[in-house]
Design a protein around this ligand. Structure first.
Ligand code: SF4
Length: 424
């Protein structure tokens, strides 16, 4: 038996100097991630401790969710001076009491901090501890910050998952932990491939229910499914859990290398590995080829937004024949995106952080065929004649794994097609 062997990731953009910018930035806050997290964690409730602005953001970002009783809400704290803080804690306790007596289905409650100064002064970790004692063992109360001062929109998920790590149980079982919220169908596809490798004990964080939350220990290996989970990765490693480093599972190359890294760690036979991935991999390659026809030879410019930028640039360049002009990311943690950087051919500017005016100048000068950016920049750039792709769509759409690889390429091809149609 030949085990799957190790691949060293080096070269490409690994040593490209990173252009670091600090200035005004245009990104949604971490509260946004509640929209996908509440769908995934079916017995959790996200109580934002915030202002009317936060409530409006959630309502408009969630759009159509109001058909069922939602599993998130906002406790609005009105202006208070410091002397009013004791009242604020009492007010929060009252809100939680009302909520939990009305909703016995809630098993996990997240108190989510926000920007207003009166919320920042309120010690939510103390509140979470106090409420956990009060409602244990039925409900577990945790806290994290989704404030726009501290988090970009995908960091909300990172902060949420990181808040769960200190309270995970302990186990010595050998197991694989997939970290990051994925749509159920994508998660099932990846787990099915991994099970076919013979890996038996596969858990996910977050889990759908409180009683399915994994325990972890020295024999647990975890792998991230999203590149924006740096704080969660640090927390798990701090807990003694070993991380499997890999490119992220976008496109054929990313998915194959992500699976290979796991297979290597779990000593999977190379022939079995190749047999299991052959058919889905061939499907992915065919689907990408069709969708990428429109992308070949086109250029792309990424504004920093979701932290998915580096793995996506690697996919668009290597598998869709595009040229990356600039790949901007809010943060570049080489310990996390290092393998993707190594697979991205040298050439693009790699930038970290943002000074939006300077970056807009570079973008206008380069005139890319497609610009990936936040909603705030997309409309004006479209008005100036550039094709744009909203970065936030990439988080809301299933894009991971072999079966979604064609859809991922199609997401980028669509704005180009629209612009070409407008020109006719
Ligand atoms: Fe609330 Fe701050 Fe987000 Fe605005 S940026 S919605 S105030 S958390």
């Amino acid at each position: 038996m030949n085990e799957v062997s190790k691949i060293e990731f080096s070269g490409g953009c690994s040593d490209t100097p990173i252009l670091k910018e600090r200035g005004q930035r245009e990104v949604f806050c971490g509260l946004t991630s509640i929209i996908w997290l509440h769908r995934k964690m079916q017995d959790a409730f996200f109580l934002v401790v915030g202002s009317r602005t936060c409530a409006h953001l959630l309502q408009s970002a969630a759009g159509v969710m109001i058909f069922a009783e939602p599993r998130f809400g906002t406790a609005i704290l009105e202006e208070k001076d410091l002397a009013g803080m004791a009242d604020a804690h009492e007010e929060l306790d009252r809100e939680v009491e009302k909520l939990l007596s009305r909703r016995p289905d809630i098993k996990q409650l997240f108190l989510v901090g926000s920007c207003p100064s009166e919320v920042i002064k309120l010690d939510l970790s103390r509140a979470a501890e106090r409420l956990t004692k009060l409602y244990a063992p039925k409900v577990r109360v945790l806290n994290y910050s989704g404030s726009g001062i501290e988090t970009t929109f995908t960091q909300g998920e990172d902060a949420c998952l990181a808040s769960m790590v200190p309270v995970l149980g302990e186990t010595n079982d050998q197991q694989l932990l997939l970290v990051g919220a994925l749509p159920d169908v994508v998660e099932d596809q990846l787990i099915s491939i991994l099970s076919n490798f013979g890996i038996e004990n596969i858990k996910t964080l977050p889990a759908t229910q409180k009683d399915k939350i994994p325990s972890v220990g020295a024999n647990t290996r975890f792998i991230l499914v999203q590149p924006f989970l740096g704080e969660t990765a640090d927390a798990l490693e701090g807990h003694g859990v070993k991380r499997i480093s890999a490119p992220f599972p976008f496109g054929d190359q990313g998915t194959t290398e992500w699976l290979r890294a796991i297979a290597m760690e779990f000593k999977v036979d190379e022939k079995l590995f190749n047999d299991v991935i052959r058919a889905p991999r061939a499907r992915a390659q065919r689907a990408i080829e069709i969708a990428a026809a429109r992308l070949k030879g086109k250029s792309v410019f990424f504004f920093p937004d979701s932290q998915l930028e580096i793995p996506l640039a690697r996919f668009l360049v290597n598998e869709c024949g595009m040229t990356a002009i600039e790949v901007g990311a809010p943060y570049v943690y080489k310990s996390i995106v290092g393998p993707d950087l190594a697979l991205l051919p040298a050439g693009p500017v790699i930038s970290e952080g943002q000074d939006v005016d300077l970056q807009l100048e570079r973008c206008r000068k380069a005139k890319p065929d497609i610009t990936v950016c936040g909603l705030g920049l997309a409309n004006p750039l479209e008005g100036e004649g550039l094709s744009t792709k909203w970065a936030i769509e990439l988080v809301f759409t299933p894009v991971h794994g072999y079966e979604q690889a064609g859809d991922l390429a199609a997401l980028f091809a669509r704005p180009i097609k629209r612009r070409e149609a407008l020109k006719l």
